[in-house]
Ligand binder design. Sequence first.
Ligand SMILES: Cc1ncc(C[n+]2csc(CCO)c2C)c(N)n1
Length: 228
Amino acid sequence: MSFSTELRREATPIFNAIFEHPFVQGIAKGDLKREQLIHYVKQDFEYLSSFIRIYGIAISKCENREDMAMFNQQIAFILNSETHPHQNFCQIAGVAYEDLQGYPLSPSAHQYIRHMLTVAHEGTLGEILAVLLPCPWTYWEIGKKLLNDVKLDRFHPFYEWIHFYGSRTDSITTKFCERLDTWALNATEKEKEKMRNHFLLSCQLEYMFWDMAYQLEEWPVKMEAIKE
Ligand SMILES: Cc1ncc(C[n+]2csc(CCO)c2C)c(N)n1
């Protein structure tokens, strides 16, 4: 069994909990509240900016052009395409995308981003791939599952979101898995253990991100001054 298949198998309970999460189910049913969509987009906009920075750190650790190109393509994808699913949520919430940008991070988004940044700064390229992989992998599977489970027509409020994530043959998950598996062939048991832990923690934090948006999670004490 390949290393990535092993990781996916270990993460099955978390993937299943994500599929069942009320926010993900709310996308399927089309019954999310306006505030929940707004909270998600505010937090995800910041998350994606951090993701781009983390790709930058990953590029600084690459030793060949193929790896650099792989991360470079993903930066372009986030900047140019990943705005579409956000636009879908904004349209349904009746807000301008520009008005949801530049907000401080909620606790769970903060924790997730810090987790990825720590591994990016301290870890090997294999560890970085492991910490980033749950992001495309969970969304790809959510998209495929919703495309399969939901009776989707043009009038479904989240038609575009579901199509965006579900109908792509997700080359990025496949590419990251292949690169991770090659890396794992030469990795020590100790490094593989770290990769496994980073991957599983990112899966847990993907769940927490959905929950953060659903619960409108904020810091316990409101302080306007906390800006990232
Ligand atoms: C919390 C959170 N997790 C995953 C994604 C999905 N996503 C973010 S960046 C990217 C492409 C990776 O190169 C994908 C698929 C999201 N939007 N928000």
